[in-house]
Design a protein around this ligand. Structure first.
Ligand code: LLP
Length: 420
């Protein structure tokens, strides 16, 4: 996914047709800015490659769950992939349809299962026998049959960061490959479950197609065995995980990725099955930036610091995964460039956003932190009683506030002190 929705016009960064300087002036910083055009372009890349094939796309809500973002996808006809009752509520509030929603996650609670069954979700991606038992019991109480697919763990190395690699045996995710056939038999024998598919998800920020093809080959072998046992598998969910360019990564382009996956499934003789994709990052990652203002420049003996008003509470990825996000001045200025660590105001040494960046900036200048549309705002916190940033969506020359900045009073509104 390109970053072209955020480009410089006469030395000033713009989001589509709106200057980032005017956005910061109008709405303050730190500020998340999304581009409707970029969201739409990424969706169209998936949808275009799926057109005419037996394939559908389910937006991984966890990557960016803002209602306006989900609504843009819902209007384009998207399905959704959720991992909690809260995400289901968001999908419904954003105009998404339960019948196009799959419910993933390793620890679903009975209440969440009940709500999802009542809403009529398309499929539960189940990860263990105890979870099958729980879902069977909940569906039984409701007089329903729950559609299920099992998330199997194909034990392939997605060659990504260990915290976001999920397809290896050592992960908590999925049913072990060796146990999958027996687990399918157990599921098929449960009165209130209906087996409809198979699911895998091998990790995130994957920049090669090879691990997907390895996983698919293993899953298809399994599908053939499961069908020998008389259980019908209607769909294959290949999960999400396609990577984006943060720095110099060169992931496959979305359309090419989709076609390669679908072709492999077809060539292997499984083209009659429906294929589900669950992308998050590749839909929203480069459709968002985080704007922040430089508070102070602090020269040091060993390092120079640019202290900005965004923090690990706004964008946790650098602190959590050592992740790289490009950082650029919003206005290109003719001042001397120095190497800075870009850090936030939170009282933690881990509160950094970028290390050793060459920047031509002065206090008061604005910086744009790129590729912040995925796992940005959604992972933000209120540590240090910092209100979470506002979110804005730009649509052509219009900017819409899609989430108001949090004020301090809101942060402790649910708290009470003991009686006198
Ligand atoms: N489906 C399932 C079952 C998942 O667990 C995930 C992400 C996705 C789909 C979407 O994956 P994507 O296309 O976005 O890679 N917070 C981390 C990423 C965690 C991903 C968790 N699962 C980060 O900031 O890099």
């Amino acid at each position: 996914m390109t970053r072209s929705a955020f480009d410089y016009v006469d030395g000033v960064l713009h989001a589509e047709g709106v200057s980032a300087v005017s956005l910061a002036e109008q709405f303050g910083t730190p500020l998340y800015v999304y581009s409707r055009a970029a969201l739409t372009a990424a969706w169209n890349a998936y949808a275009g490659a799926c057109a005419g094939r037996r394939a559908s796309v389910h937006v991984a809500v966890k990557a960016n769950s803002n209602l306006a973002v989900l609504n843009v996808f819902a209007r384009l006809g998207a399905g959704f992939d959720i991992v909690s009752g809260g995400e289901l509520a968001r999908v419904l509030a954003a105009g998404g349809k339960a019948e196009n929603t799959v419910f993933s996650g390793v620890g679903k609670q009975a209440g969440e299962m009940r709500d999802a069954l009542a809403a009529g979700v398309k499929c539960f991606n189940v990860e263990s026998i105890p979870e099958l038992d729980r879902l069977n019991a909940v569906a039984g109480e409701m007089g329903k049959k729950a559609p299920v697919s099992l998330r199997v763990n194909p034990d392939v190395d997605a060659k990504t960061h260990p915290y976001i690699s999920t397809g290896l045996k050592s992960n908590k995710f999925g049913v072990a490959f060796e146990d999958a056939r027996a687990t399918y038999q157990a599921a098929a024998a449960m009165a209130h479950l209906k087996v409809v598919g198979i699911d895998c998800h091998i990790g995130s920020q994957i920049t090669e197609v090879a691990p997907y093809l390895d996983a698919i080959d293993k899953v298809l072998e399994l599908v053939e065995q499961i069908e020998q046992d008389g259980i019908t598998i209607r769909h294959i969910d290949v999960g999400g995980g396609l990577g984006i360019t943060y720095d110099d990564e060169t992931p496959p382009e979305i359309g090419e990725f989709v076609r390669t996956v679908l072709d492999r499934i077809e060539v292997r003789g499984h083209g009659h099955r429906e294929v589900y994709f669950e992308p998050g990052r590749s839909l929203v990652g480069n459709a968002g930036v985080l704007l922040t203002q430089v508070e102070f420049l602090k020269p040091g003996a060993e390092k120079n610091f640019a202290i900005v008003d965004a923090a690990m509470t706004d964008l946790a990825r650098p602190a959590m995964y050592d992740a790289y996000h490009a950082i650029e001045p919003v206005v290109k200025r003719d001042v001397p460039a120095h190497v800075y660590d870009v850090v936030g105001p939170v009282c933690e040494s881990g509160d950094w956003l970028g290390r050793e960046r060459l920047l031509a900036v002065e206090p008061g200048d604005l910086l744009a932190i790129r590729s912040a549309g995925a796992y940005g705002f959604v992972m933000s916190s209120n540590y240090n009683t910092r209100g979470r940033a506002a979110e804005v969506m730009v649509d052509g020359t219009q900017a819409h506030v899609v989430r108001a900045r949090e004020e301090a009073q809101q942060l402790f509104a649910g708290e009470t002190i003991l009686p006198a």
